[in-house]
Design a protein around this ligand. Structure first.
Ligand code: TRP
Length: 334
């Protein structure tokens, strides 16, 4: 809770551009939170440097992600979209929380195990304490809910453990956050292996639609989507490829499954795939146009970056000061 209002925090790495899955499964639904919650969508550039980054590329991607969030419909006057590195309280709280986190807990984190297996030449301590920085992100804003994918659930659990430990010692300092996995909308599947979730790091370039893909690329990927040989457009578990395409079509057009099945009752897969591709092209076009327009509005975006960092800083500092006092740091002389 922040000033009597429920609060929401989510963080995202600017590793790559967003996918159709990120948009349909999460982002598109996030606008629903903006009235009921004080919302924070943070570009977690401090987390990004736990693996080696090209500096210019990291900066470019971070700005592109921030711009894309706005282009996709998050109103930056209502949702605090900002860079983690612009609010130093993240680092300061993270240090304090490190002193309340056991190595045994961090040793159990599956993301650390995966990432250290992948980057054997750079198993740095930032990678190890990554979950503690994430706990700081969430707890700074007294977050009630944290919309994340299931892969991040373990990190929310350790955040809760750290917060509860701290509260037990010092009284009620932190709101205990809940992961928000529910009604985030659809789970969008890979176009090549429809039993698998669509992922931005898929090695098969045809498996994933990126939000910034051009129309020809989108159509081509849908035309190559893996289906079955039955050639009837019907949504059933036995036909995961077609089921997923129907779902995408329904979200892109606002039609129901029944309407879609009826519309394509005498069509073959070829026609249907083309229609799905076209529906996604027209859904993404306004977002892409808005992105390109905003990219040129340098002063406007700079103003958002500055204003939102100030807002985030205001709330974050409030929590940080409380925590610093609790652990016994001397008060600031004003
Ligand atoms: N670790 C998250 C991811 O890789 C990103 C993240 C950082 C995050 N801090 C967060 C997500 C706080 C939710 C809340 O997806």
């Amino acid at each position: 809770m922040l000033d009597g209002k429920k609060s929401l925090f989510s963080g995202m790495q600017a590793t790559n551009t967003l996918t159709l899955g990120n948009y349909m499964g999460a982002l598109r639904n996030w606008v629903d939170f903006e009235d009921e919650y004080e919302t924070f969508y943070c570009v977690v550039d401090m987390h990004s440097i736990t693996v080696r980054q090209d500096p210019a590329e990291l900066r470019r991607r971070a700005r592109a992600l921030l711009t894309l969030y706005i282009a996709a419909g998050l109103n930056p006057e209502k949702n605090c979209i900002y860079y983690q590195s612009h609010v130093s309280a993240h680092a300061e709280l993270s240090w304090i929380l490190n002193c309340f986190t056991y190595m045994g807990e961090l040793n159990r984190m599956t993301q650390f195990k995966d990432k250290s297996a992948k980057h054997t030449d750079n198993i740095n301590s930032g990678l190890y304490t990554y979950p503690v920085l994430m706990a700081a992100d969430i707890l700074l804003f007294q977050s009630d809910i944290v919309p994340v994918g299931v892969d991040q659930k373990q990190h929310i659990e350790i955040t809760r453990d750290i917060a509860e430990r701290f509260n037990t010692i010092y009284g009620d300092v932190f709101t205990i956050p809940e992961p928000y996995l529910g009604k985030q909308g659809a789970k969008i599947m890979s176009l090549q292996e429809p039993e698998k979730k669509m992922s931005k790091s898929d090695e098969n370039a045809n498996a994933t639609i990126f939000l910034m893909d051009d129309p020809d690329t989108i159509i081509r990927k849908f035309k190559r989507a893996v289906t079955d040989s039955d050639n009837t457009i019907r949504s059933t578990e036995e036909k995961p490829g077609i089921k997923s395409l129907i779902e995408i079509y329904c979200i892109a057009t606002g039609k129901t499954i029944a309407e879609t099945e009826k519309e394509f009752s005498s069509a073959g897969y070829g026609d249907f795939k083309l229609a799905v591709g076209e529906s996604v092209v027209s859904m993404l076009k306004p977002i892409q146009d808005e992105f390109h327009r905003l990219e040129k509005e340098k002063d406007y975006i700079d103003g958002i970056i500055k204003g939102n960092a100030e807002k985030a800083n205001y709330y974050a500092t409030k929590t940080l000061r409380k925590v610093q006092k609790k652990v016994g740091f001397p008060e600031r002389i004003r």
